[in-house]
Design a protein around this ligand. Sequence first.
Ligand SMILES: O=c1ccn([C@@H]2O[C@H](COP(=O)(O)O)[C@@H](O)[C@H]2O)c(=O)[nH]1
Length: 237
Amino acid sequence: MDTKDRLICALDVDSVAKAEALVIRLGDSVTFYKVGYQLVFNGGLPFAQDLARSGKKIFLDMKLHDIGNTVSKGVEAIARMGMTFLTVHAFPQTMKAAVEGARGSDLKILSVTVMTSYDDADLVEAGYRQSVSELVSQRVAQAMALGVPGLILSPEEAATTRNRVGDTMLLVTPGVRPAGSDSGDQKRIMTPGDAIRAGADHLVVGRPIVAAADPRAVAEAIQAEIAGSAGVPATLK
Ligand SMILES: O=c1ccn([C@@H]2O[C@H](COP(=O)(O)O)[C@@H](O)[C@H]2O)c(=O)[nH]1
């Protein structure tokens, strides 16, 4: 993998014009973008496809969750759009259908284990009896058994999960914050360097870049931190 592709910038802006301006400003400092609800529901899907055609990699963060037939038909359509990653929630029926829908295409499905804005208390409130680490662990096992290529999890679960899955699955971690930056609504966070050393393949970073006075400088600093941390085991940090 090209080291630059390890940073995925979340294009969380409310118009295509703002997204275009940000992509121009970031230039070659960012090669991989995540497009989610905010941009897609502001007319951003054709823009994401154009960006993919221009050579950038695109992670379409739709977090699909529906009956199996609907998920597999939706994924079949998305698989023709030139995207690199697509998220679904880590429920067995949903994951099975998504893997089926993506079969034969280059689209990689990522299963969202437990949102990085949740802690144990949020799971209790939602009716779960497991802790975050227990639920992530259960969902990792189910995703693996169903042949899902990758996982969304927080950097806090990356080391344990990497030990478990080896190189068989992609680990993609939101909940990444450069030292000193605001965590916002994220509850399970690490710095870019620590997340890479914990075993993450790709880091998703939105607001620290998007809301910065100089987004390119922040992206370049994160890229440097990633490059400096790759290959260094967590025990040596
Ligand atoms: O568990 C999850 C799954 C997805 N996300 C998405 O990642 C970015 C993070 O943005 P920040 O501004 O860096 O917090 C955002 O688009 C989320 O929808 C996540 O945070 N956690």
